[in-house]
Design a protein around this ligand. Structure first.
Ligand code: SAH
Length: 283
């Protein structure tokens, strides 16, 4: 007999009545004949990290605009009937400039189509999602936003690095490491506070500057650092070291983008908590 059928009794928890999964009436468009855009976070790579809502909207999309961070496994979930438009950005190689992406979204929705704008991670974290929906709002196009698992959460979980921990870090900062013209125009002093974890997105190219500036502002040179490449995918790789040697260690390896840099005492927990490396893949 399944636990669900057991009558509540001593030591047996009453199971709540099953709830059917339904579209959310607050975010769903009752007038499906007018076009709309769903700005959807696809998470960091593992397709099983998609939300149910992301999956449902992808299944009913007529057009999907995607960028290079969306993993091939997630692309494979898009129905063949949907038109695919690659607008994907690469460092210094923007396939479509941002204003053209914004204009394209408006145009497609005004044609009455159900559009999914699929973005890696979470659309509101270093994803320029805000800019895209600002244009939609101005044009009076209906839209909704579906959060995704951001790279920091996905990579940290799959690398066995809890971003906060009562003994090590009471706060976490997400920082862009995309330093314009190699300038160090970031509040470095704030970054060297105790008991804080730093997560640098787009930090590979700027890694030497990041390490140099953190040291110069007083961070201990033994502070643990991890670089996670292709986090949550079968090709995930993690390089660990400390502030003084991570640049050297990374330069000795061929590192594949995208990469995320995690800095803080929590990184040392990986030695005990790396569950992905500990799991033997099925034969
Ligand atoms: N909106 C995205 C971030 C876009 S910025 C999100 O919420 O995750 C792009 C940066 O995200 C990359 O340069 C890299 O730093 C990080 N990133 C995205 N996916 C990643 C992955 N699977 N592994 C490691 N870093 C990743």
């Amino acid at each position: 007999m399944s636990e669900r059928n057991l009558a509540p009794g001593k030591g047996v928890r009453a199971w709540p009545a099953p709830v059917r999964y339904r579209a959310n009436p607050v975010t769903d468009n009752p007038n499906s004949s007018s076009g709309e855009v769903a700005l959807v976070g696809a998470g960091p790579g593992d397709p099983e990290l998609l939300t149910l809502k992301a999956w449902r909207l992808i299944q009913s999309a007529e057009v999907v605009l995607y960028d290079r961070l969306v993993s091939p496994e997630i692309m494979a979930l898009i129905p063949e009937t949907a038109e695919l438009i690659h607008v994907g950005k690469q460092r210094s190689n923007h396939t479509l400039p941002q204003d053209q992406i914004n204009a394209r979204l408006v145009e497609l929705a005004q044609q009455g189509r159900r559009v999914v704008r699929l973005k890696g991670g979470d659309p509101f974290i270093f994803g320029r999602g805000g800019e895209e929906i600002e244009t939609l709002a101005e044009a009076g196009v209906r839209f909704q936003v579906v959060p995704g698992i951001t790279a920091a959460s996905g990579c940290a979980a799959y690398a066995g690095i809890p971003l906060t921990h009562r003994d090590h870090a009471q706060s976490v900062r997400f920082v862009t490491g995309h330093l314009k013209d190699d300038t160090c125009n970031l509040p470095w002093k704030d970054f060297v506070q105790n008991n804080q974890t730093l997560v640098f997105y787009m930090g590979l190219v700027g890694l030497p500057i990041i390490c140099r500036e953190l040291s110069a502002h007083g961070m201990d040179s033994g502070m643990p650092v991890a670089l996670v490449s292709k986090g949550t995918t079968p090709d995930q790789e993690v390089i660990t070291g400390d502030l003084s040697n991570i640049v050297q260690r990374v330069s000795e390896r061929q590192v594949h983008p995208p990469t995320l840099v995690i800095i803080g005492h929590v990184v040392s927990l990986r030695e005990r908590l790396d569950w992905v490396g500990a799991v033997t893949p099925p034969a």
